[in-house]
Every structure is written in C-alpha cells, then in structure tokens.
Design a protein around this ligand. Structure first.
Ligand SMILES: Cc1cc2nc3c(=O)[nH]c(=O)nc-3n(C[C@H](O)[C@H](O)[C@H](O)COP(=O)(O)O)c2cc1C
Length: 352
C-alpha cells in the first residue's frame, strides 16, 4: 500500500538534511508520497501514514505544532488510518516526548498505530549502538535499516479480527469505590456475549517491581517462561497475556502517572517481551483523573505499551474521564454515550 509521508518542514529547523536523506534511502522502491505543508493537507482518511519529524536543536518545530493543533481540532482527520513515526533530534532530548505527544493526538484523531511504531534518532545516534552492533553496521546504517523495516511493516501489517475475542482487564483498584472500575463494569456489560473476558487484580504489591536483572539473566529466565521474581506475574499474568487478544488497562491517575502496581506490571512484562512481540494484541485503557492530567497518563500508556512493549494501538484506544468522588464518573454528563462508543471501538477492533 502507498505510504503518505507527513514531513512538516519549518524554517527554524536547519538540520532536516539527515532525516530527508534517511527517508530517501530507506523508502526507495516503496510506493510513497511526501507532504510537507501542514496547512494544505489533503483528505488523509484510510491512509497509511509515516510521520517524519525533524525536531532541531531545541526540540521545537513550529510546523509540527501546527500539525498537532490540526489533529486536536479535527477529531476525525485520521479516521481509518494506520500510522508510524520517525523522529529525528539534533540533541539527546525531546525525541520521545515529541513522539508520544504526536502519537496520542493522531490516535485521538482516529488513527491506529502499529506496535513499536517509532524510530527515533537522537543527535549523536548513540541510541542505535546495540542495533548497529547486531547488524554489523555503523550508527547511520542502523538508523536507515530501522526506518526501512518500519516502513515495510507500515505498508502491509493489518490487525486481524477474531471469532471469540479474549480480553484481559488489569487493575489495582477496589470495585466498591473506584470510578475507573465502575466505568469498566459498564463497558463489560455493553460488550455482552461473544467476548471471553478475564480480570486480574494487581493490588497491594501483588506484583513486585522489576529487579533490573542484567539483559542476559532476563533473557535466560524468559526463555524458560520465568522471571527472577516469579509469583503472580509469572504464574498468572504472563499466561493470560499470551492467551488474550487485547489488554484493557484500568488506570486511575495517581500523581499524573500510572499507579505503582500497574507500572510494576509493565516493567515485569519485559521478560515476556524478550521472547515475543505483541503486534497482534491490542491495548485499550480507561483513564480517570480526579482533577486533570488524563492525557499525561494516556501518553504514558502509549509510550510504555505501544512504543516500548509493541502492543497494537487501536484508534482512540482510551476512554479518558475526569471524576473524583466515588460514583461521580457514572454521573458525568454524556458518559453513557462515551461508554457506548468505547465498547463499540473494542468490538470494532476485535470482531469480524
Ligand atoms: C495516590 C493518589 C494520587 C492521585 N493523584 C492525582 C493526580 O495527580 N491528579 C488527579 O487529577 N487526580 C489524582 N488522584 C485522584 C484520582 O485520580 C481519582 O480519585 C479518580 O477518581 C480515579 O481514581 P478511582 O478510580 O480510584 O476513583 C489521585 C488519587 C490517589 C489515591
């Protein structure tokens, strides 16, 4: 399928040559078209999009900001699209944060993202050291190879529907008091028959955080389907992840981040990730904040589960609400319609 390369070009970013050269090499022979004017974008619906951002020295590209604004202002702009990203910085910072910000905006505008959708290049290219060694090439060669591999996946990967989809909901909250859990109960009710739904509670330190074993030790335990700490994660969560077609993360906002229990889950997924990729499993989330910051938590999930751990990100993967007092979420204006729409998105992603 033809790729549309969305390459916002801005006068203040003078270091665009490296990204342009990599795209030229990596995309040669692949059908693609490049768009640079963010104010004159054509109809993008249903397309395969490769966002290519050159951030320059200070991590700010005004054309990228115009793109971000359009995505947020036009929530249907990317209906039916699938996207991936290349982010090139002139310094060592800002590539990840710019990528996750754009990824969430694209997702809220209707685009899916491939699992592992990001190739980032820091100014020094030192983030390619391991890949360059594995490929027996230099840093620039590893950068080109990564973009080529991403573009090839973007051109052909699709998320296949299932007959009886299996969903794993992970939480660390109380059913009685939690707004997040009450929203999930309503989504589950709407899904009804035809789904195989499992739930695992990760409360009260049921999952110890990752011990940070050396890479080889993590690989060694992982190959035996084990992790250094064992326990619930190894005995129940890993097998449930292997079985499921989609994970639903139930995420109250704790200090503008995932709770410690859910963060431990993501960290401990590393051992399983060493053995397998999750491109054929989707991640959804319900995020509830007492006051503000739902986008921060949703972005963290995009970074951790989609960009890092390789889960497929379906269009509008998250339901993001603001409610604090127990029971308040279910009384929010318009919440019934948003619950219907979220359940429908799960159905639309997973069912034939
Ligand atoms: C430890 C802790 C930290 C919290 N931090 C935030 C925060 O940074 N921002 C915010 O808007 N709400 C914060 N909240 C409030 C919850 O997000 C809020 O209660 C929301 O309803 C989701 O939690 P629930 O599912 O347990 O009801 C925090 C709550 C707790 C217990």
């Amino acid at each position: 399928m033809e790729l549309l390369v969305i390459h916002p070009s801005a006068d203040e970013v003078r270091d665009d040559e490296r990204l342009s050269a990599v795209l030229r090499d990596a995309l040669s022979g692949l059908p693609h078209r490049t768009l640079t004017d963010m104010d004159g974008l054509p109809d993008l619906r249903g397309r395969r999009l490769l966002f290519a951002l050159a951030l320059g020295e200070y991590g700010v590209n005004s054309a990228c900001l115009r793109l971000l604004r359009r995505l947020r202002a036009e929530p249907d702009l990317l209906e039916g699209c699938t996207a991936a990203l290349v982010v090139d910085g002139a310094g060592e910072l800002y590539t990840k944060s710019a990528a996750s910000e754009l990824a969430l905006a694209a997702n809220l505008a209707g685009s899916a993202l491939l699992g592992r959708p990001l190739v980032e290049a820091t100014g020094s290219l030192n983030n390619f050291r391991v890949q360059a060694k594995n490929l027996g090439t230099d840093l620039a060669g590893a950068y080109r190879a990564a973009v080529r591999e991403l573009a090839e996946r973007l051109a052909c990967e699709t998320f296949a529907p299932r007959e009886t989809p299996s969903i794993l909901a992970l939480h660390a909250s109380s059913y009685h008091t939690s707004n997040t859990m009450q929203l999930w109960a309503q989504v589950k009710r709407r899904l009804g028959e035809g789904f195989d739904v499992a739930e695992i509670g990760l409360r009260n330190g049921a999952v110890s955080d990752c011990a940070g074993c050396p890479y080889t030790a993590c690989l060694h335990f992982g190959e035996k389907d084990r992790c250094f700490y064992g326990g619930l994660m190894q005995d129940e969560v890993w097998p449930a992840i292997r079985r499921c077609d989609a994970v639903v993360l139930l995420c109250p906002n704790y200090n503008d981040a995932l709770s410690a229990n859910l963060t431990a889950f993501v960290n401990r997924l590393t051992g399983l990730f060493r053995q397998t990729r999750f491109y054929d499993k989707a991640v959804f989330a319900i995020v509830v904040s007492g006051y503000s910051g739902g986008d921060t938590v949703a972005r963290q999930i995009v970074s951790a589960m989609n960009m890092n751990k390789s889960f497929y990100l379906p269009p509008r993967f998250s339901m993001i609400e603001t409610a604090n007092d127990p029971g308040e979420a279910l009384r929010l204006p318009g919440v019934e319609g948003r619950l219907d729409a979220f359940a429908e998105r799960i159905r639309g992603t997973l069912c034939p």
